[in-house]
Design a protein around this ligand. Structure first.
Ligand SMILES: O=C(O)c1cc(=O)[nH]c(=O)n1[C@@H]1O[C@H](COP(=O)(O)O)[C@@H](O)[C@H]1O
Length: 273
């Protein structure tokens, strides 16, 4: 999907919500465990119920890899279902990959070609040649970890090298890489106050902002510092939406949570437009 398509979907739906599909069999309604593929059944119901409020879905691959081959099959069925039923929706494989170039090119093929995701999250630690193989794919997006939502982000990402924080080096240096137009960045919602600095370096890049909901980040703060005239934000919530209920009404309850966020997003967008 092109960036222009994503922006037009955001404007049409008045939403920049990304729903995180982080499925844990211990947290889903127990009656689903009798289904042949409980993870896919859960995802399908959640997607169908929430798609009117969301522009993106982000399965975190850890939650699928944890169940071995069966989990990977559920991931494949989920991305196929999204691509076939809701082709206008942006898909993110949250896999946090990155390795020497030869290996990164295999990761890129796995997520972009074999599974058909629009984007994948990538760690910048191994540098340019570990990221460029992902960037080589046209109309596919590489979402580079810049300033993450967790406490450990302060261990390295905010430390200074040559008087500047590491996350700023990541933003600046990555802009010079081949096909940098295919880059997006992860900035945690729990660090919204940093977004003003981030926007000085990457004024127009899309930012994936996880950390509202269960991690307590504020949507208003994220928008205040991170939103551009074309919005250029995808705000993710996983547990706060998908585990709203463990009963028969789990999908409706998830839709209710997604709607609350979308209504807040619409109000913000109406305020700026
Ligand atoms: O790359 C990510 O999506 C990510 C980066 C980050 O800095 N913080 C973060 O929470 N995430 C992911 O975003 C999701 C957040 O889930 P909830 O806390 O349940 O909303 C999880 O899949 C995390 O792995």
């Amino acid at each position: 999907m092109t960036t222009e398509n994503l922006i037009s979907e955001i404007k049409k739906k008045k939403s920049f919500l990304c729903v995180g599909l982080d499925v844990d069999l211990e947290k889903i309604p127990s009656f689903l465990l009798e289904e042949e593929d409980p993870i896919f059944s859960f995802n399908k119901a959640i997607i169908d119920a929430t798609q009117q409020y969301a522009v993106a879905y982000k399965p975190n691959t850890a939650f699928y890899e944890a169940y071995g081959i069966k989990g990977w099959k559920s991931l494949e069925k989920t991305i196929n279902y999204l691509n076939q039923t809701y082709p206008e929706i942006f898909t993110i494989a949250d896999a946090k990959r990155g390795d020497i170039g030869n290996t990164s090119s295999r990761y890129a093929k796995a997520f972009f070609e074999d599974l058909g995701f629009d984007s994948v999250t990538v760690a910048p630690y191994m540098g340019k040649d570990s990221v460029e193989p992902f960037l080589a794919f046209e109309n596919k997006h590489t979402i580079l970890l810049a300033l993450t939502s967790n406490e450990g982000a302060y261990d390295f990402q905010t430390k200074k090298i040559a008087k500047e924080e590491v996350y700023k080096h990541v933003l600046k240096i990555s802009k010079s890489w081949k096909n940098a137009q295919n880059l997006m960045y992860v900035i945690g919602a729990t660090k919204a106050e940093y977004l003003a600095e981030v926007r000085k370096i990457v004024p127009d890049s899309f930012l994936l902002v996880p950390g509202v909901g269960a991690q307590g980040g504020s949507l208003k703060e994220v928008c205040k510092y991170g939103m551009t005239k074309d919005i250029n934000l995808l705000v993710n919530s996983s547990r706060g939406i998908i585990y709203a209920s463990k009963e028969q009404d789990f999908a409706e309850a998830a839709a209710g949570e997604a709607k609350i966020i979308q209504v807040e997003m619409k109000a913000i967008l109406d305020g700026i437009s």
